[in-house]
Design a protein around this ligand. Structure first.
Ligand SMILES: NC(=O)c1ccc[n+]([C@@H]2O[C@H](COP(=O)([O-])OP(=O)(O)OC[C@H]3O[C@@H](n4cnc5c(N)ncnc54)[C@H](O)[C@@H]3O)[C@@H](O)[C@H]2O)c1
Length: 324
C-alpha cells in the first residue's frame, strides 16, 4: 500500500504539549495550519506555555497512561509528537516504577493507540541519556548505549518499542535523541532545571552561578527552534528512509560549562560570578553528538549558534516569557 502525502496538513496530537518542548512544537504546528490536539496532565507543563496557541487547539487534560483517554485523543490523528514524560533523572532514581509507568509504559500505550486508530506516524522524544557514559565521541547512533538511570533506560526502551512497532506492525515511527535542549519557557524553578535556564535567570537577576566541578565538562546544547524543525521534518520524511529509525538531534558542537558562561556574559553584557562546588555524583563528563544521520534521514541540520540561541533565550526571559 502506498501513501499519497496530503498537501494540506492534517490533525496532530502533541502529548506533553503544555511542556517546554511540546508547547513550541504546538506553536509551530498551529502556524503551519495543522489541526492541533494537546494531551497533558499539567504535572510539569504550564497553562502559560499555551498562551500563544491556546484558542486554536483542542486541549485534553488527562493522563497519557489512561487507555481510554489515549483512545479518544488519537482518533482521527495523522501524526503524534510524543513529548509527554517525567523528564527527570533524579525522580526516576527515587521512583523507578512510577516513572516507568509514564516514560516507558506510556510510550507503549501511545503506540498501541496509534496502531488501533490508524495514525500514520509517531515521532518520539527520545534522549541522549541513552548513551550514558559512552566515551567514544562524537556519539553516533550506531554506537553503544549504556543507560545509567531508570530515566535513560525508559527513554531507550521507548525507542526500541518505536522501532519494533515499525517493523512488526508497519506503524511509521521516528525517534529523536535530543541532547541538551534550551530556549524560552524552560523552567528555571523546576526541580530538575538544566544549566542554561538557571544560568540565564541568575545572570539577569545579577546573581552568581554554581558550577559543579571545574567547569570543563562539556555538553551539546541545541536550540529549541532547531528541535521543533527536526520534529516537523521527522513527521514529513519519506517512510522508506526514516521509519523505524533513531537519530540524534543536537548542535553537533561541544561546549564546556566555562565556555557557556563566557558566551552568556557577553550576551548579558556583564561578567557572571562563579562559585565552584563538588562535582555531582553520576554526572557524565562529556557529551557531543554526530549529527550527519539526521541530515541523511530527515534533511535536517542544526542552524543556530549558541550565541544566537542564548540571545533569543535571554530576550524572552527579559520579556517574562519564561512564565507566559
Ligand atoms: N529538555 C531536554 O533537554 C530533553 C532532552 C532529552 C529528551 N527530552 C524529552 O523531551 C520531552 C519533553 O521534555 P521537556 O523538556 O519539554 O519537559 P517538560 O516537563 O516541560 O514536558 C513534559 C510534559 O509532559 C507532561 N506529562 C508528564 N506526565 C504526563 C502524563 N502522565 N500524562 C500527560 N502528560 C504528562 C507534563 O505536564 C509536561 O507538560 C520529554 O519526553 C523528555 O524526556 C528533553
Amino acid at each position: 500500500m502506498s501513501h499519497h502525502p496530503d498537501p494540506s496538513p492534517g490533525t496532530a496530537l502533541v502529548t506533553g504539549g503544555a511542556g517546554f518542548i511540546g508547547s513550541h512544537i504546538v506553536d509551530r504546528l498551529v502556524a503551519d495550519r495543522w489541526s492541533v490536539r494537546v494531551l497533558d496532565d499539567f504535572s510539569s507543563g504550564r497553562e502559560e506555555n499555551l498562551a500563544r496557541s491556546g484558542r486554536e487547539i483542542e486541549l485534553i487534560r488527562g493522563d497519557l497512561c489512561d487507555p481510554e483517554t489515549l483512545e479518544a485523543a488519537t482518533r482521527g490523528v495523522e501524526v503524534i509528537f510524543h513529548e509527554g514524560a517525567i523528564p527527570s533523572v533524579p525522580r526516576s532514581v527515587a521512583d523507578p516504577r512510577g516513572t516507568n509507568a509514564v516514560n516507558l509504559e506510556g510510550t507503549l500505550g501511545v503506540l498501541e493507540a496509534a496502531r488501533r486508530n490508524g495514525v500514520r506516524r509517531v515521532v518520539l522524544a527520545a534522549s541522549a541519556a541513552a548513551y550514558g557514559d559512552v566515551d567514544l565521541l562524537p556519539l553516533v547512533e550506531s554506537g553503544p548505549v549504556r543507560p545509567l538511570s531508570p530515566y535513560a533506560l525508559q527513554k531507550y526502551g521507548s525507542e526500541l518499542y518505536c522501532t519494533l512497532y515499525a517493523s512488526l506492525y508497519g506503524l511509521e515511527t521516528v525517534a529523536l535523541r535530543y541532547f541538551n535542549v534550551y530556549g524560552p519557557r524552560q523552567d528555571p524553578a523546576s526541580d530538575y532545571a538544566a544549566a542554561i535556564p538557571l544560568f540565564v535567570s541568575a545572570a539577569l537577576e545579577d546573581r552568581g552561578v554554581t558550577v559543579f566541578g571545574d567547569g570543563e565538562q562539556s555538553r551539546d546544547f541545541v536550540y529549541i527552534d532547531d528541535v521543533v524543525e527536526a520534529n516537523l521534518r521527522a513527521a514529513a520524511a519519506p517512510a522508506t528512509s526514516a521509519s523505524g529509525r533513531v537519530t540524534n538531534v543536537a548542535s553537533g558542537r561541544r561546549t564546556t560549562v566555562n565556555e557557556l558562561i563566557e558566551v552568556l556574559s557577553d550576551c548579558v553584557g556583564h561578567p557572571i560570578p562563579v562559585t565552584h562546588d563538588a562535582p555531582r555524583v553520576g554526572d557524565i563528563r562529556h557529551s557531543w553528538a554526530e549529527v550527519s544521520l539526521a541530515r541523511e534521514l530527515l534533511g535536517w541540520a542544526p542552524s543556530r549558534t549558541l550565541a544566537e540561541g542564548l540571545r533569543f533565550t535571554v530576550d524572552a526571559y527579559k520579556r517574562g516569557e519564561e512564565i507566559g
